[in-house]
Design a protein around this ligand. Structure first.
Ligand SMILES: [Zn+2]
Length: 169
């Protein structure tokens, strides 16, 4: 019974993000789960953020792959818990860097568990983002929106290369 689940993971393994062809949906944490339910097999995906224009494409890709492999499964888009860049594997972050996109820092959205006294202490608003080309942290943000809304545009002041930074959230 679980062999079908394994087969689905194997089938979907090569699927990559439509915007970042070097990382797979599994590595990004977009492909959440493959589960056997009384109603049949469900493949669970979570968009990187609601309204991400790539999501329809991702869903289509997943469906097409399943169909090609002759697998009957429903594709479920699950919005909660919301995707965060923490779900991205270290492997994926490394691939992003190699591709020229600075990977996200750990999310700073840990405010929920924090004591309210700390709320006046502002976190460092912008951590230094290392240039994926030369590793320099001597970088500046040039636009809050890069090639897609998920990314900010940065420029390295050392090698002068512009690059995308995958924003953490
Ligand atoms: Zn650089």
């Amino acid at each position: 019974m679980s062999s079908v689940v394994d087969k689905i993971w194997a089938t979907l393994e090569p699927l990559t993000d439509p915007e970042i062809p070097v990382v797979t949906l599994r590595e990004l944490g977009i492909l959440r789960d493959v589960r056997q339910t009384p109603a049949g097999i469900e493949v669970v995906i979570t968009p990187t953020y609601s309204g991400c224009p790539a999501m329809g494409q991702i869903e289509d890709d997943v469906r097409a792959s399943l169909e090609q492999a002759g697998i009957e499964a429903r594709v479920i888009t699950q919005l909660a818990p919301a995707w965060t860049t923490d779900w991205m594997s270290d492997e994926a972050k490394e691939k992003l860097r190699a591709y020229g996109i600075a990977p996200p820092h750990r999310t700073c959205g840990s405010g929920a568990g924090e004591v309210s006294v700390l709320k006046f202490v502002r976190r460092q608003p912008t951590e230094a983002v290392a240039c994926p080309q030369c590793g320099s942290t001597h970088t500046v943000v040039t636009s809050e929106f890069g090639s897609t809304a998920c990314k900010a545009l940065y420029k390295c002041l050392d090698c002068q290369e512009p690059f995308d930074y995958f924003k953490p959230y």
